[in-house]
Design a protein around this ligand. Structure first.
Ligand code: CAA
Length: 394
């Protein structure tokens, strides 16, 4: 628990962003303002994949920020990804996730891929706006990753994959995805392995585009694998390393997801401040009422706290330190915070807040998903409690 404080002493602590980081954040904010916000309501209503916005984000370098320069990327830090993610989500969480989900899909390749695998799969992501997905969750294995039932059976130089995945972000538009599958059921989580699977391989079927409550601009689909054959060279790491690859991936991506929650909360706060100053009741703006301005004060405080947790977790990942605890701190706090902040924003708007014509109704729907994906708030608490009471020594 004292890890961060100790490191702060040795490396110094600064909340100052560099000029480059400020410019990057400014670029993402401008993109969110000009390209995302004007289309947010339409994509939310029709639940369509925002291919045009994704292509523009790709064009100006806001996609795949972490791919190293040697593979054609910008090699940005996790902290810089957090800055971008917050701003894009401030524009619209659904569109933002369509853009940033490549960071989740490609992370296992960066964590566990060989040089050859990185050369094959990463550069194309930079050349054109193609998407990749992270295929962990199954209909009967959500929080319990060790319960994965998809199998990958080795036959000579190939693996044959059978099973299905559920709630897979961008699956309906992805060119490839990472599939976590059991190569040895008798070994439980130690029998899981990770594979890169092209979505045009025979036997891959995108089954169902799911009709969600919020973040509707992101495609979330079920996908099935029937006798799908991939070369053994598509396996990431050794057989049995899949579980750890998944956990290491999530340790690195949860700060970015938490930052998305901060962006949505910031949007709700911004709308609330403007509305509270404009809306007149009893002859004065409602902002003068403590019942309203204390709510807004709490919003501001909790948004800032969540942002700092995101920065801390991202900074730890960037230092190459294990960030399991701090990533779960950030994800747990930011996800629960955005639910509260957006609910309070609807309250500030009163009856108008409950109407689709006003922006905070969508934000409250979008907020809910942060408490569910990339590990529910309950799973984050479980991870935190284990780190406190049963810390791993790796
Ligand atoms: N890094 C490295 N190794 C780790 C690790 C970590 N963060 N956490 C655990 N491990 C290791 C353990 O040391 C242990 O190693 P050994 O085999 O050597 O003993 C092994 O992994 C098993 O760990 P646990 O005993 O803790 O495993 P568990 O079965 O109890 O489950 C869990 C742990 C934290 C609950 C895990 O199942 C989990 O994270 N569940 C949530 C899954 C999740 O977040 N899903 C979201 C999917 S992605 C998504 O939502 C995005 C989208 O597209 C919508």
């Amino acid at each position: 628990m004292a890890v961060v404080a100790d490191q702060s002493v040795t490396t110094g602590l600064s909340f100052n962003l560099t000029d480059e980081q400020k410019a990057l954040r400014g670029l993402a904010r401008e993109f969110a303002e000009k390209e995302i916000r004007p289309k947010a309501a339409e994509y939310d209503e029709h639940q369509t994949h925002p291919a045009d916005v994704v292509a523009k984000a790709h064009e100006i370098g806001l996609m795949n920020p972490h791919v190293p320069e040697e593979f054609g990327g910008l090699g940005l830090s996790v902290l810089e990804g957090v800055l971008v993610g917050e701003e894009l989500s401030w524009g619209c969480a659904g569109i933002a996730v369509s853009i940033v989900a490549n960071s989740l899909g490609s992370a296992p390749v960066m964590i566990a891929g060989t040089e050859e695998q990185k050369r094959q799969w990463l550069p194309p992501l930079l050349e054109e706006p193609i998407l990749c997905s992270f295929g962990l969750t199954e209909p009967n294995a959500g929080s319990d990753v060790s319960g994965i039932q998809t199998t990958a059976i080795r036959k000579g130089d190939e693996y044959v994959i059978n099973g299905s995945k559920m709630f897979i972000t961008n699956a309906g538009h992805a060119s490839w995805l990472i599939v976590f599958a059991s190569t040895d059921k008798s070994k439980g989580h130690r029998g899981l392995s990770a594979f890169i699977v092209p979505t045009d391989a025979p036997g891959v079927t995108v089954e169902k585009h799911l009709d969600k409550m919020g973040q509707r601009a992101t495609d979330t689909s079920a996908i099935a694998f029937q006798d799908v054959t991939v070369p053994a060279s598509n396996r990431l790491g050794e057989e049995g390393e899949g579980f750890k690859i998944a956990m290491m991936t999530l340790d690195g991506t949860r700060p970015g997801t938490a930052a998305g929650a901060v962006g949505v909360a910031q949007a709700a706060y911004d709308h609330s401040v403007v509305y509270a100053k404009e809306r007149v009741q009893f002859g004065q703006p409602i902002a003068v009422n403590q019942g309203v301005n204390f709510m807004v004060a709490d919003m501001a405080t909790e948004i800032e706290a969540a942002r700092l947790l995101c920065w801390q977790a991202a900074w730890l990942v960037d230092q190459g330190k294990r960030a399991t605890l701090q990533s779960s701190f950030a994800k747990r706090f930011a996800a629960d915070m955005v639910m509260k902040v957006t609910t309070d924003a609807v309250q500030v708007f009163g009856g108008y807040g409950y109407i689709k014509e006003y922006p905070v109704e969508k934000l409250m729907r979008d907020a809910k998903l942060f408490q569910i994906y990339e590990g529910t708030s309950q799973i984050q608490r479980l991870v935190i409690a284990r780190e406190i009471f049963l810390p791993r020594d790796d």
